[in-house]
Write a protein that binds this ligand. Sequence first.
Ligand SMILES: *Cc1c(COP(=O)(O)O)cnc(C)c1O
Length: 437
Amino acid sequence: MPDEGPLSPGELLDLDRRHVWHPYGPMPGTAEPLVVESAAGVRLRLAEPAFGQRELVDGMASWWSALHGYNHPVLNAAARDQLDRMSHVMFGGLTHEPAVRLATRLVGITPEPLRHVFLADSGSVSVEVAIKMCLQYWRSLGRPAKRRLLTWRGGYHGDTWHPMSVCDPDGGMHRLWSGALPRQIFAGAPPAGFDAPPEPGYAASLRELVATHAGELAAVIVEPVVQNAGGMRFHSPDYLRVLREACDEHDVLLVFDEIATGFGRTGGVLFAADHAGVAPDVMCVGKALTGGYLSMAATLCTPRVAEGISRGEVPVLAHGPTFMANPLAAAVAGASVDLLLAGDWAAEVKRIETGLRDGLAPAAELPGVRDVRVLGAIGVIQLDHRVEMAAATAAAVSRGVWLRPFGDLVYTMPPYVTDDADLALICGAACAAAEAG
Ligand SMILES: *Cc1c(COP(=O)(O)O)cnc(C)c1O
């Protein structure tokens, strides 16, 4: 490796392939990634043209996170200001304004009575913390048998151990681990369709499962309204009300994983729980929390959960990541949330929803397309076969758009600042990707 000066794209790719793991990839790598040099607004700038394109409109918002686009002056300023004060201090025995402000802000915008906040360093860790809170709550109350979880099929909650145990057991990426993971209880996947009238039979099956397993259940954990990485499926908010009632009736805690759905993504409401008008006992947020700048997530809980834990034999939550409440991430997260709330996010998401509906509609006519669906700033084309990923990605990139299909899906969740022209470009590329893939 040259000791001085930047790596050429060729050198960089060679070293990358030999040494660097990529998500869900083999080692050494086989697929060649694109080298990104910088990013601004909704555009990624490549080190070298790919399929004739030097800049790509990002249809993925860096996996749901870059709400305001890249290199945003307000978020940059927040990061710089904080960097000049301190980028990090430990959180044990110390506290600081960025964390306190952020936690208070989150309590203010999430459903009441979520009032306590654990600032974790990634989404998966925030789900681990949520699960630990629930199990410890019942232990503290002298009911250690309540240590299993119930979820519905088709979910995704992260890649660390306990979150994997509540991901879809068959279709998901974690099938390999069945037998090694804790065995949880699975309901069928929720019937599809945000606006579809709820199916009484399915609702009854949820109630029955909670009732049957109440003695061993610590919590029910679900992604509200949108199951993302488990298949990009939407369901009726009614099932969340059913779960809330069943959990209340049978003394089971309810966890909503809003890591993908939070901060307005599903349209009309800041959090998907608000579509149902119910509050969970524990809630996870992440991804868009820092506007896509840094890794941070949060687990919120109610006073009931916190007091329960604090009355136990070990009256503390035994969790404390080294980089807990990282001031730099917290400062940028605070600025990102403020920026979102200061603007008309609901109108922006509505505008994107309309653009996605119009722009993706032609895909419904393509051969091999099973379904086209849109909710808020989420657009999905589902094929009747696995997407040929290389061909689909190439089709999008050659039209100047970054998309990352998976399974049988070509999908987009663009930054909210994507203008109508770029949105049309994304939709055209998604249709082309569906056709090519
Ligand atoms: C992405 C995601 C996670 C995991 O978050 P990481 O930050 O990738 O660990 C968990 N739950 C849901 C619903 C997600 O979308």
